[in-house]
Design a binder for this molecule. Structure first.
Ligand code: GRF
Length: 190
């Protein structure tokens, strides 16, 4: 299944998917200088650089991203550290075919870029990782998989992030396989 990955950051999830042999045919970024984009270039994966300042609106950026992914035959979009919210043209084109990885056990610590900080500040003894289908409601689409991660005494955002990333690197590939099965069984979900 042809996968398009949207990235803005470090790219550890992108790297994990590529190294596990998933068919990543396209990568799109709003931050051309991020490490994830550098990885795509280094691996020769088609890369769309779509900084918001090049567009008049988020919708226009999303139309460009939609056309880029569609032009490469993308069947599933994976948001792997993409720090923008998709707008209607993108959501409609890939309805039920966009998944996101989030560093908490949703619905806990939803809706922000600081889920790890929130978990540490709240005093909970575990958080986790979630892969869910992306809908217009931020971080609230149907959940595919979750993995719990303990919070240990002395954890910092960095040590916790590392442990959460390990969980993400396990459940994102599993979630993609689930989506593959779903899409194969109902090709009309689009
Ligand atoms: C992950 O923690 C993910 O949950 C969040 O952004 C981070 C991306 O990490 N949405 P990376 O860029 O894949 O290393």
């Amino acid at each position: 299944m042809k996968i398009g990955v949207a990235v803005s950051g470090q790219g550890s999830n992108l790297r994990n998917l590529v190294e596990r042999g998933f068919e990543v045919v396209a990568v799109a970024t709003n931050r051309p200088s991020c490490r994830a984009a550098a990885f795509a270039r280094q691996r020769g994966i088609a890369l769309a650089e779509l900084p918001q300042k090049a567009f008049d609106s988020a919708e226009q950026r999303d139309v460009a991203m939609r056309d880029f992914f569609a032009g490469r035959g993308v069947e599933l979009v994976v948001d792997a550290g993409f720090d923008r919210i998709h707008t209607r043209p993108f959501l409609e084109a890939f309805q039920n075919r966009i998944i996101n990885v989030h560093p908490s056990l949703l619905p806990e610590f939803a809706g922000g870029m600081d889920a790890l900080e929130q978990a540490l500040a709240s005093g909970v003894r575990r958080t986790g990782a979630t892969v869910h289908i992306v809908t217009a409601d931020l971080d609230a689409g149907p959940i595919l998989l979750q993995e719990s991660v303990p919070i240990l005494d002395g954890d910092t955002v960095e040590t916790l992030r590392e442990r959460v990333h390990e969980a993400e690197h396990r459940i994102l590939p599993q979630a993609i396989r689930l989506m593959e099965t779903r899409i194969a069984n109902s090709p009309s979900v689009r």
